[in-house]
Write a protein that binds this ligand. Structure first.
Ligand code: SAH
Ligand code: SF4
Ligand code: F3S
Length: 471
């Protein structure tokens, strides 16, 4: 899953980061809620569920934290620096809490789930700790705080999918939206904290997903991104067992809602992505030609230690199949970890050669960060020095950047169908949108509006962006 916390500065400029919430004016008598999100799209999507639950319970949102009655940070635990960011942010609120002791500070999400009561011990300004499956309980937790206590709920559920909650679209550009189709993860990749912070994998009711997508379309949205840690293992069955839906079938049903509704999805696990999914992408014009397919490493030995359950050959076979079914122009992106336990120079070279082989459009690349309690932390030694991790990471990023540039240059001179998302961040004379392969395209404003599909002739590019003119 794309992790917003690790985007480059350039990426950030092109994204509407939902730092805060929409303002609801005229609700002065209500308690004011300020919410900030860190980590992956799932967390950003969860903040929209949290806001919905709290609005139902008499809270109004504000984008100004210093006027809030409740400040919530929806946190990420994926790497140590993600946690440090949250701890630093909490420091910013200390003076507010001193001035106004009635201010409630809550931490939600993966770091809350990982640290549990330790959060309350280590960060004195925190009043509420709530894990990803406990958001319906937030109003009760706030009540406990009003009674003078600290409040915590980190119970992980096997069933909770928040299927019936209509998310309040916080970071909305009014055109694209995230739709959560499953929660949790059962994979146990050895480096990863997610199975511990988000619990068992469960799939959301297909009808609630279809309804949410239809509602979005009815409200003017033109694109949905179906979210899960491993969307290819989506599996839903009706209560009487007569109807079952796998991911390819879900994708098809969402695609059939309306050809004007674009459909994206993230994340695909290389072990599970099926040919059926690839043929569904091919069959429907509105299912985007783009697959986020995290590799993590190009070395079979490292992949085994990571417990990814596929090897280099398997991964290459999946990429070959994508190219066979969807062609050279299908966008593919990666996640890669540099400097995992015992990684040798040879393993690192295997990663570089995999990047060369696949020719990814772009990627999200990280230095390995040991997470307490994970299988890798228990059984393996984090033995690659920080300097060495950084050197390997820099090589991986440089190679990816070169290939991204080359891949983008292939688009120059072609016509791309772009869904306009709004004004370009750099200039109000330009618009920005994305093409089928999820690439950002900048074009002169003309008479186009956000939400329009326009055919754009690409005239130039950088490694991150395409520039063009309307045909
Ligand atoms: N479910 C997705 C990944 C979600 S986490 C998948 O399986 O592909 C997003 C990315 O963070 C991962 O793909 C991985 O590259 C990175 N990541 C996870 N744990 C990490 C760790 N301990 N150190 C560094 N990067 C990590
Ligand atoms: Fe983490 Fe692996 Fe699950 Fe992805 S599939 S969330 S990397 S355990
Ligand atoms: Fe996402 Fe971070 Fe949790 S990447 S699932 S918010 S640990």
């Amino acid at each position: 899953m794309r992790n917003l916390e690790i985007l480059t500065e350039e990426d950030k400029e092109t994204l509407d980061l939902p730092r805060t919430t929409v303002d609801e004016v005229g609700k002065q008598n209500k308690k004011k809620l300020y919410i900030e999100s860190y980590g992956c799209q799932m967390n950003f999507s969860d903040s929209e569920i949290v806001t919905s639950i709290l609005q139902e319970n008499g809270y109004a949102t504000t984008s100004l934290f210093d006027e809030a009655d409740v400040i919530l940070l929806n946190t990420c635990a994926i790497r140590d620096n993600a946690e440090q960011k949250v701890r630093n942010r909490l420091k910013n609120f200390t003076h507010l809490k001193k001035k106004r002791p009635s201010l409630v500070v809550g931490v939600l999400g993966c770091m809350a789930e990982r640290l549990k009561t330790k959060f309350l011990e280590e960060e004195k300004i925190v009043d509420v700790v709530a894990g990803p499956d406990s958001y319906r309980d937030l109003p009760n937790l706030f009540e406990e705080v009003e009674e003078g206590n600290k409040a915590i709920n980190v119970f992980l559920s096997k069933e909770e999918t928040y299927a019936d909650i209509s998310p309040v679209r916080l970071n909305s550009n009014g055109v694209t939206a995230f739709v959560s189709i499953m929660r949790g993860c059962d994979n146990m990749c050895s480096f990863c904290v997610v199975p511990f912070t988000r619990g068992r994998e469960r799939s959301r009711d297909v009808y609630s997903i279809l309804k949410e997508c239809q509602d979005l379309l009815d409200n003017g949205y033109k694109e949905v991104t179906l979210l899960g840690q491993n969307v290819d293992s989506y599996k839903w069955a009706s209560a009487d067992g007569t109807e079952t839906v796998n991911f390819a079938q879900l994708l098809e049903r969402v695609a059939l809602i309306n050809p004007l509704l674009r459909v994206r999805f993230s994340t695909s696990h290389p072990k599970d992505i099926t040919d059926e999914v690839l043929y569904t992408i091919k069959k429907y014009e509105n299912v985007c030609n783009y697959i986020h397919l995290p590799a993590q490493s190009g070395s079979s030995r490292i992949l085994k230690l990571m417990n990814r359950t596929y090897d280099r050959d398997w991964y290459i076979n999946r990429v070959d199949k994508i190219r066979e079914v969807l062609g050279e122009e299908c966008g593919i992106s990666q996640d890669i970890i540099a400097g995992f336990c015992t990684e040798t120079e040879e393993d690192h070279q295997d990663t570089l050669s995999l990047i060369e082989y696949v020719r990814y459009d772009y990627g999200y690349m990280f230095a390995y960060s040991e997470r307490p309690g994970t299988p890798a932390a228990k059984k393996l030694v984090d033995d690659i020095s920080d300097d060495e991790k950084q050197r390997r990471l820099a090589e991986i990023i440089a190679l990816q950047r070169k290939i991204s540039q080359e891949r983008n240059e292939m688009s120059v001179g072609t016509i791309q169908k772009v869904l306009i998302e709004g004004d370009s961040k750099r200039s109000a004379d330009f618009l920005q949108g994305r093409n089928d392969q999820n690439k950002m395209v900048i074009l002169p404003k003309g008479n186009h509006q956000k939400g329009d599909y326009v055919n754009v002739k690409i005239t130039s590019c950088s490694s991150a962006t395409l520039f063009g003119e309307v045909e």
